[in-house]
Design a binder for this molecule. Structure first.
Ligand SMILES: [Zn+2]
Length: 301
């Protein structure tokens, strides 16, 4: 066993305690009552970074919740990675659905339950533990590292853009590792790339100025609810492809190699559907729709 793995195994219990200490801080960014806890959590993470041997770690104020920034730049000539994570968490409500208190991390069946355990404090502390192991065993990291751990991810990262813009030069890196993602399975370490974006908009459909009698006006005047559903329906075709012009213009096609790699992933389809709680996945729904459409077509010929 190499020295790094040995270090990780020897200190596993303590790593877990480190994570638990962070999980006990109710850093709920959405609730003003927790503003102090959010800051305390930022201070906690920065102090932890220093304690594991990262020479520079600071809490940076923004117009909202603070950002934790740290760097280790002792590998001249080597690439620089920027690690992103967040230390804030979602509100824990409804509380009566928790088997154990959300801010009292509890192990059950080998799993750690607490608000933020897998989003995103667990991921953050996984990296911090790995950084610690490198620094303690080798006295250095194999690459240069910059760390940004924000406190507003769960409320739309409102002030992150401002921070990124004013820190642009200091944050320059060859690669960004966004560690706010999940793994394919408990024993399947995963590297996620090409994450989906998010776009939201408000659409207002206006109609008649008063309630209309369906017998007199139905059919002649469009009901705004119908108009809205027509608009929403038109956003995707029967195969689930988005029909907005230009939407796919900058989307790169998957290479054959990527398709093959994805096909080879041990994806658990049944588990995925069960986790969603949906009766069937969209692709099965579309396949059903297609086969009944072709049955109808056959009947009519
Ligand atoms: Zn997250």
């Amino acid at each position: 066993m190499d020295a790094l793995t040995q270090y990780l195994e020897q200190h596993q219990e303590r790593f877990l305690e480190n994570l638990k200490a962070c999980l006990r801080i109710p850093s709920v960014s959405a609730q003003p009552a927790h503003k102090g806890d959010v800051r305390a959590c930022a201070e906690h993470v920065a102090a932890h970074l220093k304690s594991i041997g990262v020479p520079h770690a600071e809490v940076v104020d923004t117009a909202g919740h603070p950002v934790v920034y740290a760097e280790w730049l002792g590998a001249p000539g080597a690439p620089t990675a920027l690690l992103y994570g967040h230390y804030d968490v979602q509100p824990p409500d409804p509380l009566d659905l928790w088997k154990t208190p959300p801010f009292e991390p509890t192990l059950r069946d080998g799993k750690l339950f607490a608000r933020g355990a897998c989003d995103d404090k667990g991921q953050v502390f996984m990296h911090l533990s790995a950084i610690e192991a490198h620094l303690k065993v080798n006295g250095k990291l194999p690459i240069n590292l910059k760390v940004v751990i924000e406190g507003e991810e769960e409320v739309g990262s409102e002030h992150l853009t401002e921070f990124l813009e004013s820190w642009k030069e200091r944050l320059a890196a060859d690669v960004i590792v966004v560690s706010d993602t999940s793994m394919l399975g408990p024993d399947q370490p995963s590297l996620c790339y090409a994450l989906r974006g998010l776009l939201y908009t408000e659409v207002e459909v206006t109609g008649p100025t008063r309630d209309l009698h369906s017998g007199e006006f139905g059919g002649a005047v469009m009901n705004p609810a119908n108009a809205l559903s027509t608009i929403i329906h038109g956003l995707k075709d029967a195969d689930g492809r988005i029909t907005v012009p230009g939407f796919y213009d900058k989307v790169r096609d998957l290479t054959e190699q990527q398709r093959t790699a994805m096909r080879e992933l041990p994806f658990d389809e049944a588990g995925f559907i069960a986790e969603s709680g949906a009766p069937m996945p969209a692709w099965a729904r579309r396949a059903t729709a297609r086969s009944s459409a072709s049955r109808r077509a056959r009947r009519s010929t």
